[in-house]
Write a protein that binds this ligand. Sequence first.
Ligand code: ADP
Ligand code: MG
Length: 555
Amino acid sequence: MPAIKVLPEGLKNKIRAGEVVERPASVVKELVENSLDAGAGRIEIEVKKAGRGLISVSDDGRGMDREDALLCLERHATSKLSREEDLRSIGTMGFRGEALPSIASVSRLTLATAPEGVVSGVSIEAEGGGVGTVGDTATTGTTVAVRDLFFNTPARKKFLKTDQTELMHIVEAVTSLSLSHPEVAFGLKADENPMMELPKAGDLRERLMQVYGGEFLSGLIERRAPGLHAFISKRENTRQSRSHQYIFINRRPVKERSVSHAVYASYESLPEGRHPVYFIFLDIDPKKVDVNVHPTKQEVRFEDKEGIYRFIKENLTEALKGVAVPAAEERPYIQPSAHGPSAGLDLPYQVPAPAGLYVSESLAYEIKPSVPFVYLGDTFIALTDGGGLTLIDFHAAHERVLYEKLLKGVRLEGRTLLFPLHVKLSIKEHQTILGHAGLLHELGMDVEDFGHETVLLRAFPPALRDSDMRGILGDVATEISEGEGGPIQSLKEAVAARVACHGSLRGKRRVPGPEELAALLGDLDSTERPDICPHGRPTRVRYSLDELKRVFKRR
Ligand code: ADP
Ligand code: MG
């Protein structure tokens, strides 16, 4: 990158200047954009008190030498633009040379930077815009720390919202930049708590996976065409709010009405009040799009607005049409199994093939002689101990086992997730869940607020693997709001019963194989109440030989 220069007067005036520092999240955005422009491979963001106390952004990018470091705090000093022609083909996130001086003018800012290959760099302290101390530092790359934002502009400070809201905007800013730069690693800490940890990703799909998790991703269709890479809601996966709608033009997050109209238009007959999730990435020749129309660079002007509208709409319409074809996509609850019964059976449950011959209602399996039970359909097994016949509802049995495990604090074996799951809830569910995080913790589930009515699920008991976490948390919230103060069971028990129901075989629509069943029967025997499920229904019923004789009129 060329050295920093102060823009000549004529060019300064051609730049849409304006207030770039509206709230802590704007600082985060500008600093992270600078790190991206500096070619960073990893960007570390730390905030305290939702950015009011501290915003620090560190990168391993190319850094600045002493002269540039001093210059970069001056108005209209930039290394990204020097001639008017450059304004028409902007390839960097920044270009106005305004962010650093604007931020410095409303905070106490320190900058520590060293260009590549230099051991000792320079550190600068500025307060309210005036440059104070200059010293040496042993950093590589650049760290900008912004303290006491708006300390000298009390009016602006007063307009800030709650910490939670401001933090949510910060998360939003980082999320959006991380999506457009999957090749860069990001870390975000708020008051020492890690909030996002995104290692370098190979592509957009992997980054979406890191940020939102597999369940979210499976509700989207991907579309690629020259100049377009999109992930949009499948038809059946629209939402009640406009959350998770992103448009990027040449990697720059923008709000562009014509693009979002094109997306909505691709869904024929979108029901009133329903909104798709979308991530639209457009690559457009920088000469054909003007990003210099809005101070925060959120709006753009296309040379061929209609052409772009048609291009997006046609592509997404096709993508949405394609989705109905593979039936598997519409029935995601059926887990593909390598050794299931022959394909083509229209079973609502996946039945693993046992290694022996069984007679079930509709299917013949091979039997494993050592296992003393037979399957009766997809709910029961029958077994005999010589003195009678026992029928077991193995779904109910599994619920009992899970329920007691949950209550006994399977937290110890709780799975801490490498990438926490993001689970989007309604406002009410979100509040209820966060208000009972302690209770969930006792049941082995660790949740944290992620803003946007989203919680981060950091750990859950292994039994819940493959379960629908959105469904679980939604149901738990309902249970809590309905069941609070309920007489028979304690709240904890009621919630555990709900969770057990989801984690159970029934919740997963799965029929266990013989070995799994044998283990389940052992577990059931060691529960405190093996005869009833947490909802009070029987798990097993035994007919003694005497009873059978009576049935057969042998007596
Ligand atoms: P702009 O990004 O519009 O050029 P800024 O005020 O954000 O304006 O930054 C001014 C200049 O400071 C940039 O052009 C760049 O040369 C330099 N700079 C800012 N942040 C960094 C960084 N993290 N690493 C290297 N150089 C930086
Ligand atoms: Mg900048």
